[in-house]
Design a protein around this ligand. Structure first.
Ligand code: PLP
Length: 394
């Protein structure tokens, strides 16, 4: 197999070698249960405490506000269902947006089945939540607002600080799904007025099966799992020690290198966006041009099926993702692309390239040199495109 160009970092990332090194002892010499009392086990407990403290620092949170989980999905489920169940005497109304990840949307849907009501806010054509509409949706029985920090498909960064202020003015809990944002851009839970924040380790070079939920002290929330005394008696289960230590290492690396990574990512991101929009007719950028994750490119090509693009890129050794959910067994286009107003046929032709600090400008050039040819070839086989060109008289 030739060179692999991995541009699907929003789906998952490679584990950093330094992270793997930090994890190794906890599979072997130090594989003790942190709840045991002998010295080795207590050292393991200290490693978890240090991991918690180091992660807390990156968010301006306190150590006892970080709860380790198994993934972003678990963190979202716990935050939303836990707050809803613990606050049902106060009210049973929640607010979210139409472009959230399914971990949020399906948690909301599950609460609706229990008799809660949920407002799903529209977003504008760039995927931004309108803070005025959000405030108008607040009712006396609203208990929680859940809005993502940045969207996983189109990379749009939401006005989190403003939303946090609105929530706190109305005495409502604010949950943020920061799975795509944490360790990629700076986050401060205090200045952003965030009460709960979900994170997933495998999105920033830690291993799959790791994550955490930040829960601000004093937040009323039910336990996620009952059992032992782990995670301050709120999320029982023997800790994934190696995973936790590795995630803390990945956090440290990402934060130390963040400024440099953001700068290089933005250069490569904008190079790709500019070239593709210029060299491929009938293409458009999905998501906000400026309020955008440094690693996200999402471009729609008219008269193209996203899946065909992915297969053609795969043949060239490029891993990417499309905006359509066909790969997950459904023919529906992505709910995010529909929510930003794209008609079905345009939503089907979207391509997401998510780069990382390991992506080089040569990788970007290779993709940009090849994509126009691929799009041309696919369009030449499209009857819709043929009709369109005929009608235009070209
Ligand atoms: N939230 C967002 C925004 C995501 O992008 C993802 C994963 O892609 C998740 C939640 C779920 O995270 P995990 O894969 O760790 O369950």
């Amino acid at each position: 197999m030739g060179k692999l160009i991995y541009m699907d970092n929003a789906a998952t990332t490679f584990v950093d070698k330094r992270v793997l090194d930090a994890m190794m002892p906890y599979f072997t010499n130090e594989c003790f249960n942190p709840s045991s009392i002998y010295d080795g086990a207590q050292d393991v407990k200290v490693a978890i405490d240090n991991a918690r403290a180091n992660i807390a620092k990156t968010l301006n949170a306190k150590s006892n506000e970080i709860f380790f989980t198994s993934c972003g999905t678990e963190s979202d489920n716990w935050a939303i269902k836990g707050v809803a169940h613990a606050n049902k005497e106060k009210g049973k109304h929640l607010i979210t947006s139409k472009i959230e990840h399914h971990a949020v949307l399906h948690s909301m849907a599950s609460l609706e089945k229990e008799g809660y009501s949920v407002t799903y806010l529209d977003v504008n054509e760039n995927g931004l939540v309108d803070t005025k509409k959000l405030e108008d949706a607040i009712r006396p029985d609203t208990i929680l607002v859940s809005i993502m920090y940045a969207n996983n498909e189109i990379g749009t960064i939401e006005p989190i600080k403003e939303i946090g202020e609105i929530c706190h003015k109305h005495n409502i809990y604010f949950h943020v799904d920061a799975v795509q944002a944490y360790a990629h851009i700076p986050i401060d839970v205090v200045s952003d007025s965030i009460d709960l924040l979900s994170v997933s380790g495998h999105k920033f070079n830690a291993m799959k099966g790791t994550g955490f939920l930040y829960i601000k002290r004093g937040t009323k929330i039910t336990n996620f799992m009952d059992g032992g005394a782990q995670e301050f008696k709120r999320r029982a289960g023997t800790e994934n020690v190696a995973g936790i230590v590795g995630m803390a290492k990945a956090t440290e690396i990402a934060h130390n290198e963040m400024k440099e990574r953001i700068d290089t990512n933005i250069k490569i991101r904008d190079y790709i966006i500019e070239r593709l929009l210029k060299e491929i007719p009938y293409s458009r950028l999905n998501g906000d041009k400026n309020k955008r994750l440094p690693n996200n490119v999402n471009i729609g090509f008219e008269f193209i099926e996203g899946e065909s693009l992915l297969l053609a890129l795969n043949d060239l050794g490029v891993c990417a993702s499309s905006g359509s959910a066909c790969t997950s067994g459904s023919l529906d286009p992505s709910h995010v692309l529909l929510a930003i107003g794209l008609p079905h046929e345009k939503a089907h032709g979207s391509l997401r390239l998510t780069i990382s600090h390991e992506t080089t400008i040569d990788d970007a050039k290779y993709v940009c040199d090849n994509l126009p040819k691929i799009v041309d070839r696919l369009r030449s086989m499209s009857p819709l495109y043929e009709d369109f060109i005929k009608n235009k008289g070209e």
